[in-house]
Design a protein around this ligand. Structure first.
Ligand SMILES: Nc1ncnc2c1ncn2[C@@H]1O[C@H](COP(=O)(O)OP(=O)(O)OP(=O)(O)O)[C@@H](O)[C@H]1O
Length: 352
């Protein structure tokens, strides 16, 4: 089901606006993550999609239908929360069957459907167990199967992996992706973990302070961040951020003078600082001094000093000593300029 928000705002108390003029469309059959720091309004947005919370103003559409005034039941959404909320006294099979029982589906049909779903989520070998006897990942599978039982218009997941350990989180996010692709159900996933969002989604909505910062693919967010916030929020290690005044004349002649005039902040991805000449990929060179270098795994990092400001590179090839002078080749790809409002005015694809 396609979901559209038209100029949606939300205030809990009629005084403070939590979400400001949200406008977006989630295409049918896609998996979309809502990503942002704590308190930015992710869960509130999801609750408005579900129908558990009505917008203060604006309209919500499912396909062509205006559902703004319809409740969660009428919208037929399936939901999975952080704590799964399984019924502890019911078996796995009974938990999955429960919504069908409520909908008065005949016993034989609902059992058949529940077993199909248990197979889909790979929990069909645990049907008689109670939730208390299952691992967190298994409970999660049951919760997803139960949410899918009524063939929902949408599957909504609010931080569903946050109670799982690191390895299980990775396994379950792949599982959610697989289940979404097998069922084709439009799925909306709330997370504050960029890694999770980047791995699982077709599109990511980055929210900050109740506003959509950017809504695009993981690749576009990384390569073409629309503003400083997105460039800093997406990417690990974090992008280097400097003031334009930290540069002397290094950028002159390499960036249009009018753009340099407007630029306030400079973003440099750690991989955009190379210690060797890359030919036409190099925008310019900058003089730095090595503060500290280290190697772990495949990465060889160096922390550098550039006019008194720290810069991190993950691309060291040569052996270097601390305090050594080091010219670095600043790459075109991964170098950005932002204006006083934080809007990207240089770097990436200019029209993206
Ligand atoms: N029921 C409520 N009444 C009043 N204010 C609320 C209520 N629920 C959330 N808020 C406020 O709305 C803002 C957004 O909250 P929301 O839970 O949507 O953020 P979030 O991005 O999901 O955060 P987190 O990642 O911490 O769960 C916060 O400032 C929060 O304090």
């Amino acid at each position: 089901m396609e979901v559209t928000f038209k100029d949606v705002t939300l205030s809990y108390d009629g005084k403070r606006e939590i979400l400001h003029h949200l406008n977006f469309t989630i295409p049918e059959g896609t998996l979309v993550s809502i990503l942002g720091p704590s308190g930015c309004g992710k869960s509130t947005t999801l609750m408005m999609i579900s129908g558990l919370l009505a917008p203060t103003s604006g309209k919500i559409f499912f396909g062509d239908q205006d559902v703004t005034k319809k409740d969660a039941l009428a919208r037929k959404v399936g939901m999975v929360f952080q704590n799964y909320a399984l019924y502890p006294h019911l078996s796995v099979l009974e938990n999955i069957e429960f919504p069908l029982k409520m909908a008065k589906v005949p016993k034989k049909d609902r059992k058949k459907k529940a077993i199909e779903l248990a197979k889909l989520v790979h929990i069909d070998d645990q049907l008689d167990k109670k939730p208390g006897a299952l691992s967190g990942g298994q409970q999660q599978r049951v919760a997803i199967a139960r949410a899918l039982a009524k063939e929902p218009s949408l599957l909504l997941l609010d931080e569903p992996l946050s109670n799982l350990d690191a390895r299980l989180r990775i396994e379950m996010r792949q599982e959610i992706r697989r289940i979404q692709q097998e069922t084709g159900v439009t799925t909306i996933f709330v997370t504050h973990d960029q890694d999770e969002a980047l791995h699982i989604s077709d599109h990511i909505m980055v929210l900050n302070q109740g506003q959509i910062q950017q809504f695009s693919s993981a690749e576009t967010l990384y390569d073409n961040p629309s503003n400083l916030f997105v460039s800093q929020f997406i990417g690990e290690p974090v992008i280097n951020t400097l003031d334009i005044t930290d540069f002397d004349r290094e950028l002159e002649g390499h960036v249009d003078a009018e753009i340099l005039q407007r630029a306030k902040k400079v973003g440099i991805r750690p991989e955009a600082l190379q210690d060797h000449d890359t030919g036409s990929e190099t925008l310019t060179t900058i003089a730095t001094k090595v503060k500290h270098s280290e190697k772990y795994g495949r990465e060889k990092n160096a922390l550098l000093d550039f006019h008194g400001k720290p810069l991190l590179t993950t691309e060291m090839r040569a052996e270097v000593a601390d305090e050594q002078e080091l010219p670095l080749y600043l790459q075109r790809h991964g170098f950005y300029l932002f204006d006083e409002n934080g809007v990207r005015i240089f770097g990436g694809d200019q029209d993206a």
